[in-house]
Design a protein around this ligand. Sequence first.
Ligand code: AMP
Length: 282
Amino acid sequence: MRISTTVDEVRETRRALPDPLGLVPTMGALHDGHLALVRRARAENAAVAVSIFVNPTQFTSTDDFGNYPRDTERDITVLASEGVDLVVLPTVEQIYPAGHSTIVDVGPIARTFEGAARPGHFTGVATVVTMLLNIVQPQTAYFGQKDAQQLAVVRRLVADLALPVEIVPVPTVRDTDGVALSSRNVLLSPSARSAAAAIPQALADVRAAWDASERDAAQLREALRQRLRAEPQITIDYATLVAPASFIECDGIIHGDALVIVAVIADGIRLIDNLHLVDMIE
Ligand code: AMP
């Protein structure tokens, strides 16, 4: 496994690797959610590259870039045991050298929900993803469905800029109590971590209503919010249903599918989750 810290080194190492190459972009502090992406990439490609880069431009003043968990040594050991070929481990100066000023703005989808709560977040994501794709030049890139709006932003970006890469979505990996694995979970106190179980429970409630043929967006939203409101340790930022590709909020009777999206604050930590509801009746 090669570890490359400069753009030139990454390009040179990548040229020697076989195609197709799959890229898994991460911010490190790897857990089993990340590893699901790595394993999928390993199974589907001749070579695998994983980037670890805590991207300062996607953090906003309310996020704490400095506090974001980092454990690079352990990450490297884990990636070596997963049979990864290349770890892309750039410094901030390599990605954003003096004079860097071009940014990628994906438009309206980048400004709602996560984009509204964290202004500039998706511009940071879209810019760094574009750069990583240009530097590594993978045929495939793997993204978790856990970050559903990020996935939608990346799909929009790849389609709009005609980037020659296939985006592969990977289902959310969950803890035994249903809470989605996240690098930020380690920042939660034990009681806030227990309270977070209300999120998958609320998603299960809305799933049950959907399965019982409820299609009214307001009713489904209410089914989702009830359990979240009952948990005193969490504050709802948003909990609603949207169209999966556009993130436009559902209204009235839902036809086809919908994405349930949730963001809460527990212990000052922002936790997100989602659930895709699909109409099985053709
Ligand atoms: P991050 O390091 O948080 O930027 O995440 C890197 C990639 O891993 C993103 O595509 C995430 O969506 C994905 N990811 C994070 N947590 C999970 C999870 N619990 N299940 C599946 N994918 C995940």
